[in-house]
Design a protein around this ligand. Structure first.
Ligand code: PHE
Length: 456
């Protein structure tokens, strides 16, 4: 991944795809997707999610790529560069704020993955029953200190990489890491669906029950699509500012979308059969991955303890790394903003962001234990932040990105970016513009109105 400000650009087209995929694939796929699916009734949610990915997600991703590559600026400055002197710059600022807030609570969960690496490595999973895994997670997440320790460590790790600049190491290691994560996820899915009693979980995932579709399901699926694809906060537009002239925007978006969706569906295939097999409710919420997965390792490889040990350690390390490539991309957007806008050195900008996110992180972490009685709209601080950012702020900024590229930006620029200034034929261009101008903004607004009960 490349974060230098000299706009040196990605080495290759595959580098561009991997960087964007590194941002997209993360806790959103393996932690958030399964519990949102569980909370919203399973297969019907997944179908609506897929609709959101293809109808809103991919066109808006191409729109963000267009904004980034054309402006050659990070989100904070991109709208300013393309529409100087207008209020559009506020959409860029909204993205920066959203990324900052997401980083705050995302790092808490990223910290949990480190605790689980530690537990897995030191034999903390061995011989535990499913109820013991539930207690283990509850005691850990409600502890006032331990999660904070891991949160600090994770933030420091992210901070260190951002300050150093993301050297070739990260790009190279993500080229190794992503395929390993992929293989491991496929293997685990196979283990999970072959557990005794797993059929109910597979059914939950594949058999849609439309009676469970409420306005919340639409809002949840749309929020999940934006969150998982890293859309609506300018992460991908910042990355696109490093794209080369011959990178194909449409094809890159398609690849990122497919990789991201594939990992999410596989994560579902790991989680639900395993959860049903050991009698854990699918709507266990944010704790789902941390309770079901250790269980799968024990159940599937319990007979061969070494195998159980290797798989669980490897899985949590990879999960932590996948989270790290996402926290880096989240951190970069705010750091680049402070650096470019207020001319702070990168080091100072990164310090401000790290300290701010730590404060949010501490509050989100305590919200799950000591401070759980403080609620906002019936949600604790952690859930409220997740709701506000994923379900409101990301889609709102997404609508603006669609309107900006669909209606405001000069047509020749929009067509030029999509066709690499005439080098590509683009049979889908009229469809793409139609979606950006009408379908995406109207669809997203309808989902909001539906949620508010305005559609009757
Ligand atoms: N897409 C990342 C994930 O799935 C999270 C993320 C959201 C990263 C928004 C960047 C911007 O984990």
């Amino acid at each position: 991944m490349q974060h230098n400000h000299e706009r040196v650009g990605f080495g290759s087209k595959i580098g561009a795809i991997l960087a964007a995929a590194g941002s997209a694939v993360g806790l959103g796929n393996i932690w958030r997707f399964p519990f949102e699916t569980g909370n919203h009734g399973g297969a019907a949610f997944i179908l609506i999610y897929l609709g959101c990915v293809f109808i809103f997600g991919l066109p808006i991703m191409i729109a963000e790529f267009t904004i980034g590559r054309r402006s050659k600026a990070s989100t904070g400055g991109a709208y300013q560069a393309l529409a100087p002197g207008t209020k559009w710059k506020w959409v860029g600022y909204l993205g920066v704020l959203t990324g900052f807030l997401i980083l705050g609570y995302y790092s808490v969960v990223a910290g949990w993955t480190l605790e689980y690496v530690w537990q897995a490595a030191t034999g903390g999973f061995a011989g535990k029953s499913s109820t013991e895994f539930i207690t283990m997670f509850q005691e850990f997440s409600q502890d006032p200190l331990r999660p904070l320790l891991w949160l600090f460590i994770f933030m420091l790790l992210t901070h260190f990489i951002i300050v150093k600049g993301v050297e070739k190491g990260i790009e190279r290691s993500s080229k190794v890491m992503m395929p390993i994560l992929f293989i491991l996820v496929v293997l685990l899915a196979i283990c999970s669906v072959t557990l005794p009693g797993a059929e109910k979980g597979v059914e939950f995932l594949l058999k849609p029950d439309f009676s469970k579709v409420t306005p919340d399901v639409f809002l949840g699926a749309m929020g999940q699509a934006f969150f998982s694809l890293s859309l609506g906060m300018g992460c991908l537009s910042t990355y696109a500012s490093y794209f080369g002239k011959d990178t194909r925007l449409g094809r890159t978006a398609m690849s990122v979308g497919l990789i991201d969706t594939f990992v999410a569906i596989l994560a579902g295939l790991i989680m639900f059969p395993a959860a049903f097999a050991v009698g854990i409710q699918p709507d266990a919420g944010p704790s789902l991955v941390f309770i079901t997965l250790p269980n799968v390792f024990q159940q599937a490889f319990g007979g061969v303890p070494v195998l159980a040990w290797i798989c669980s350690v490897a899985f949590y390390i990879l999960l932590a790394l996948a989270a790290l490539t996402s926290t880096i991309s989240l951190h970069e957007v705010s750091t680049a903003f402070l650096h470019e806008k207020f001319h702070f050195t990168r080091g100072r900008a990164a310090c401000i962001i790290t300290c701010g996110c730590l404060l949010i992180g501490v509050a989100s972490s305590l919200a799950l234990g000591e401070w759980s009685s403080y609620t906002i709209g019936g949600m604790n601080f952690f859930d409220a932040l997740d709701f506000l950012t994923a379900k409101i702020m990301l889609p709102v900024a997404g609508v603006f990105a669609a309107i900006f590229v669909g209606w405001v930006l000069d047509r020749s620029i929009v067509r030029g970016e999509v066709t690499n200034y005439g080098a590509l034929r683009s049979a889908y261009y009229p469809l793409y513009i139609f979606i950006l101008r009408f379908i995406a903004p109207v669809g997203i607004v309808l989902i909001f109105m539906n949620e508010l009960g305005l559609l009757g």
